[in-house]
Design a protein around this ligand. Structure first.
Ligand code: GSH
Length: 205
């Protein structure tokens, strides 16, 4: 099994962390995005979106979208509990995975665009867009703060939801995201970042 990914992709980070957490034999293949490898015909045959991460099984089965890849991997080890099988447990994990994809990826993405990516593309930060993005990030952090009151993990026990959502916060310092006003989130991020699986997945900054 191979994961086509990039060390700086937050979508790939969460999948790498779950691979380490589950101890699965997956070969990591770095896609050189600066060279446009993700838009090559070979790569587009695996994922027509031309995006990382993309998982490819030895028999050619492909799956893309980081949250779907994580579910596929966790289903291989149901005893891990990362993707509960009972209806309510499964629904709550899906709730957070979909919130991540529809809401938190968008707000944190706006802030990343005006900080890390603006720098990467050699353009100035658009302060108005940055402020608008930060307002949405703070709105989302307030949701996480409330949820994490009295809880170690988003769904009570460690699940895919935690890996999916924390991945957007590992670059919070260069993004200028301050967690001081969100003590439950701050403690949860520290808890997640103390896991070997997450530490081994951090970008080489
Ligand atoms: N929703 C997708 C997002 C994947 C994504 O946007 N990946 C970025 C890297 S973080 C990418 O490959 N961008 C290249 C492009 O959009 O051309 C997921 O969670 O897998």
């Amino acid at each position: 099994m191979k994961l086509y990914e990039n060390p700086f992709s937050s979508a790939a980070l969460k999948v790498r962390a779950v691979i380490h957490e589950l101890g699965l034999p997956v070969t990591l293949v770095t896609v050189d995005m600066a060279k446009g490898e993700h838009k090559s015909p070979e790569f587009l045959a695996k994922n027509p979106n031309g995006k990382v991460p993309t998982l490819v099984e030895d028999d050619g089965f492909c799956v893309w979208e980081s949250n779907a890849i994580m579910c596929y991997l966790a289903a291989k080890k149901p005893e891990s509990g990362l993707l509960p099988a009972d209806a309510r447990g499964m629904a709550l994990v899906q709730q957070w995975l979909q919130w991540q994809a529809s809401t938190f990826a968008a707000s944190t993405g706006e802030v990343m665009m005006e900080t890390l990516y603006a720098k990467f593309f050699g353009r100035a930060k658009d302060e108005a867009k940055y402020a608008a993005g930060m307002e949405k990030v703070r709105r989302d952090l307030a949701v996480l703060e409330k949820t994490l009151a009295g809880k170690e993990f988003l769904c009570g026990k460690l699940t895919l939801a935690d890996f999916s959502i924390v991945s957007a916060l590992v670059l919070r310092t260069p993004m200028g995201v301050d967690l001081e006003a969100f003590p439950n989130v701050k403690a949860w991020v520290a808890r997640m970042e103390s896991r070997e699986s997450v530490r081994k997945s951090l970008p080489p900054l």
